[in-house]
Ligand binder design. Structure first.
Ligand code: LLP
Length: 421
C-alpha cells in the first residue's frame, strides 16, 4: 500500500495534487510520501518485535537528507556503503552507533572517517580489507567493531545484476572459509569481532533463499562460538522485494520475513540487524514527467516524455518494469492504446516500456512512474546535460523541494577550462 492515489479525478501524493507540484517545480521530478516511508520502516521494525534489533535503512536506495531524517526520526539506523553516505547519515543527525558500514571496497580514508565519527560496526568483506582496517584502527589507537560478510553460495533467484550471494559474486568471503577468516580477525590488533553479516541480493520475491542463507548463518554462529568467538550480532542484509505491478505480484510481507528471521536465528540470543532499502523507499516514490510529443511511427506510437534514462535508469539497466499512469484519472471504461514510452536521450536504450497498454494521453499531459522511490533519483545523472532531476517530499497537505533542479549555469560552471586552453 502507498499514498499515491486518485482523488477527485487527479493523482495525489498524500493530500497534495501531483499536478500542483508539477506546476510549481516543473518536470521531471521525484516525489516521495512521508507516510509511506515511515509506514514501511515500521513494518520491518514491528516484524522484529520481540528480538533485540535495529533496522538499518540501506540508504543507497534513496539518500536525500530529508528522507534520512524522516526515517531517523522514527528510529531507523543506517546502512552506508561509502564515506559520502556516512557523512550524509551524520548530516541527517544519525548517531555513529546507529550506522553500519557495508561495501566491498572501503578505503582507508573511509575507515578513518567512520572511526573518527563513530560507527556501530564495519561489515568486512575480505582479508585484505580486514588487514587494512586493523592497521588504521591500531594507528588511531581505537578498536573497530566488525562482522565478516559471508557469502553463503545461495541463489537469490533475482536479476543477475543485483544477485550477490552466489560464490561467483564479488561479495563477502566464502562461508566455507569463515572459520579461518574469523581466526585471522581474532588475531589482528585493533579489531573486535562482534558478529556475522550476510546479504544475498535485491528484489527477492521468495523467502526460500533467505531461509537457506539464514540457516547457514545460524549454523556458522554455533561453530564460531565453539571456536571461542563472541558472536552477539547478526546483520542479515536487505533484499526483500516489492510489487512493481499492481496485478498479480505478491512478494512476501515484512511480517512473514520477520517470522522467518525469528524461526531461523531467533534462538541464538543475538541482536539482529536488517538492511532494507527498496521496500522502504520503492513504493514511497514516483517519478513525474510530462508528455512532450505523441509520435506516430511505423506500426507503433511513441510517447516521448521529458523524463529520460538519465532520470530513471532501471528500465535501461535491468529491463525493469515500472507502472506508468496518467496523473489525470482516466474515465472508467476508456479505450486503451499501445505505446512505446521513451525519453528524449539520443540512444535507443532510452526506452521505458515497449507496447505498453495505457489509457490515451496527449502532449502536455503528466504521467507518473510508480515504484520509483528506490534506486531512482540516486542513480540519476546529467547525461545529455540534462539537469539532475529534483526531489520533492510530501507530508500530508504540505510539500517541499528537498533537492532543487540545478540551473544550466550551475551545471556548466562546475566544469573548468585549464589555463593552457
Ligand atoms: N545491504 C547491502 C549490503 C546491499 O548491497 C543492498 C543492496 C542492500 C542492503 C539493500 O537491498 P534492498 O533491500 O534495497 O534490496 N540498483 C539496483 C539495486 C541494487 C541493490 C544493491 N544492494 C536496482 O535498481 O534494482
Amino acid at each position: 500500500m502507498d499514498h499515491f492515489l486518485y482523488n477527485d479525478g487527479a493523482l495525489h501524493a498524500e493530500d497534495v495534487p501531483v499536478a500542483e507540484i508539477a506546476a510549481q517545480v516543473g518536470t521531471p521530478f521525484y516525489c516521495y510520501s512521508t507516510a509511506t516511508l515511515t509506514r514501511h520502516f515500521r513494518l520491518f521494525d514491528e516484524a522484529l518485535d520481540g528480538l533485540p534489533h535495529l533496522v538499518c535503512y540501506a540508504m543507497k536506495a534513496a539518500s536525500n537528507l530529508a528522507i534520512l531524517k524522516t526515517l531517523a526520526n522514527v528510529g531507523a539506523g543506517m546502512d552506508v556503503v561509502s564515506g559520502g553516505e556516512y557523512l550524509r547519515a551524520k548530516a541527517a543527525g544519525v548517531p555513529g552507533e546507529r550506522i553500519v558500514f557495508s561495501g566491498v571496497g572501503k578505503t582507508r580514508d573511509e575507515m578513518r572517517l567512520a572511526l573518527e565519527g563513530g560507527i556501530r560496526q564495519f561489515n568486512v568483506e575480505s582479508e585484505p580489507e580486514m588487514q587494512a582496517l586493523s592497521e588504521v584502527a591500531t594507528a588511531m589507537g581505537v578498536e573497530a567493531p566488525i562482522t565478516v560478510r559471508v557469502n553463503p553460495d545461495v541463489d537469490a533467484k533475482t536479476h543477475a545484476k543485483i544477485a550477490t550471494g552466489k560464490s561467483e559474486n564479488k561479495f563477502g568471503i566464502p562461508i566455507a572459509r569463515a572459520r579461518e577468516v574469523y581466526a585471522l580477525a581474532a588475531a589482528l590488533p585493533g579489531l573486535k569481532v562482534i558478529g556475522i553479516d550476510v546479504h544475498i541480493g535485491s528484489q527477492l520475491t521468495d523467502l526460500a533463499p533467505f531461509r537457506l542463507a539464514y540457516e547457514k548463518v545460524a549454523e556458522l554462529t554455533e561453530m564460531l562460538r565453539a571456536d571461542g568467538h563472541e558472536i552477539s550480532r547478526l546483520d542479515l542484509g536487505g533484499g526483500l522485494g516489492i510489487p512493481y505491478t499492481r496485478s498479480n505480484e505478491a512478494p512476501p510481507l515484512p511480517v512473514e520475513y520477520g517470522a522467518l528471521i525469528k524461526e531461523t536465528v531467533g534462538h541464538l540470543g543475538c541482536e539482529v540487524e536488517i538492511e532494507p532499502g527498496r521496500l522502504v523507499a520503492g513504493n514511497a516514490g514516483i517519478l513525474v514527467t510530462r508528455v512532450i510529443y505523441v509520435k506516430s511511427g511505423e506500426g507503433r506510437d511513441f510517447l516521448i516524455l521529458d523524463g529520460a534514462m538519465n532520470d530513471l535508469i532501471r528500465p535501461a539497466m535491468y529491463d525493469a518494469y515500472h507502472d506508468i499512469i496518467p496523473v489525470l484519472e482516466p474515465s472508467p471504461g476508456v479505450e486503451q492504446a499501445k505505446f512505446d514510452i521513451v525519453g528524449p536521450v539520443c540512444e535507443s536504450g532510452d526506452t521505458f516500456a515497449k507496447e505498453r497498454v495505457m489509457p490515451p494521453v496527449a502532449a502536455g499531459d503528466l504521467v507518473a512512474f510508480r515504484s520509483a522511490g528506490a534506486y531512482g533519483a540516486v542513480m540519476a545523472s546529467e547525461y545529455n546535460t540534462r539537469p539532475l532531476v529534483p526531489e520533492v517530499l510530501v507530508n500530508e497537505h504540505q510539500f517541499a523541494v528537498i533537492r532543487p533542479r540545478p540551473t544550466f549555469d550551475e551545471m556548466i560552471n562546475r566544469d573548468t577550462i585549464p589555463e593552457w586552453l
